[in-house]
Design a binder for this molecule. Structure first.
Ligand code: TMP
Length: 274
């Protein structure tokens, strides 16, 4: 049995998900949150992502994000995302939570409802049924939705691609199939994320992602602290720790504004199934 940061005993870790439209900065915020969780005394928190997060799901990811927008129809897309999610749950997420680890995941079922439902027009009731087959009634303890106007997010995604091209001479941050969808698709999914946040205020917190990385991170930290009752504003060794922390955030802000982490192949190593 593990103790959480407040010294309370918990049988399983907490499951936090990030959602947002393209270019909202989820992967950066996932890794910053995991750093502060660790500093707060949470043992070995896990950063993971969807589609992906296990060997099988990473293979399915490659089928999903490459190619042209019309490569799969919405239902095929949904089935592939759900197959990837099942493998990710069974091999990575559930074992980690059962072992008392906290899991922070870049995208989860809300993305299926927003992208395949509102974006690609798949019937929401059918999607909910599919999600229930895959995950039962398992749901995040907290979902942070990074809110960014789609136009700003897509511009960030293009800038990230150009930056990667300049730095590497080739596109390590190539547009995904979803970024290539037309603008009305991105508007629909942004609206869907708003609707999810409004429908489930106990689970979801909307964070304004138009600000710089440290400001967004501070809002994320506040949300996690308030909703999950964990002290993320750790004091001791504090002065030095928080200065280091501020430096790290600043560094990631200047060096990694549009990280390649969520792109796939060239990002950090994501958990593999054992
Ligand atoms: P990422 O670039 O945020 O890592 O995600 C890859 C793409 O997959 C992203 O454009 C959103 C899309 N996606 C869906 O369409 N449905 C889903 O269920 C998930 C998890 C992601």
């Amino acid at each position: 049995m593990k103790r959480n940061a407040n010294g309370r005993q918990s049988l399983r870790g907490r499951f936090i998900t990030f959602e947002g439209s393209e270019g909202a900065g989820k992967s950066t915020q996932v890794s910053l949150l995991v750093q502060v969780l660790r500093r707060a005394g949470i043992v070995n928190p896990l950063a993971t992502r969807e589609p992906g997060g296990s060997a099988g799901a990473e293979s399915i990811r490659r089928l999903l994000i490459g190619g042209e927008p019309g490569q799969w129809d919405g239902i095929t897309d949904a089935l592939l995302h759900c197959a990837a999610r099942r493998d990710h749950l069974v091999r990575t997420i559930w074992p980690a939570l059962a072992g008392g680890r906290w899991v922070v995941c870049d995208r989860f079922t809300d993305s299926t409802l927003a992208y395949q439902g509102s974006g690609q027009g798949v019937d929401i009731a059918q999607l909910r049924a599919l999600v229930a087959i895959v995950a039962g009634d398992f749901a995040p303890d907290l979902t942070i939705i990074l809110n960014l106007p789609p136009k700003v997010g897509l511009e960030r995604a293009i800038a990230r691609e150009n930056l990667s091209h300049r730095l590497n001479g080739h596109d390590t941050a190539k547009s995904t199939r979803y970024e290539k969808m037309d603008f009305s698709f991105h508007l629909r999914l942004a609206r869907a994320l708003h609707a999810i946040a409004a429908a489930e205020p106990n689970r979801c917190v909307m964070v304004d992602a138009t600000h710089d990385i440290p400001t967004v991170h501070a809002a994320v930290r506040r949300a996690v602290a308030e909703r999950l009752g964990v002290d993320l504003f750790v004091q001791p060794q504090k002065e030095k720790g928080s200065q280091d922390h501020a430096r790290r955030i600043k560094k990631s802000n200047t060096e990694n504004v549009f990280p390649t982490a969520s792109r796939g192949e060239s990002g950090p190593s994501w958990p593999r199934s054992s």
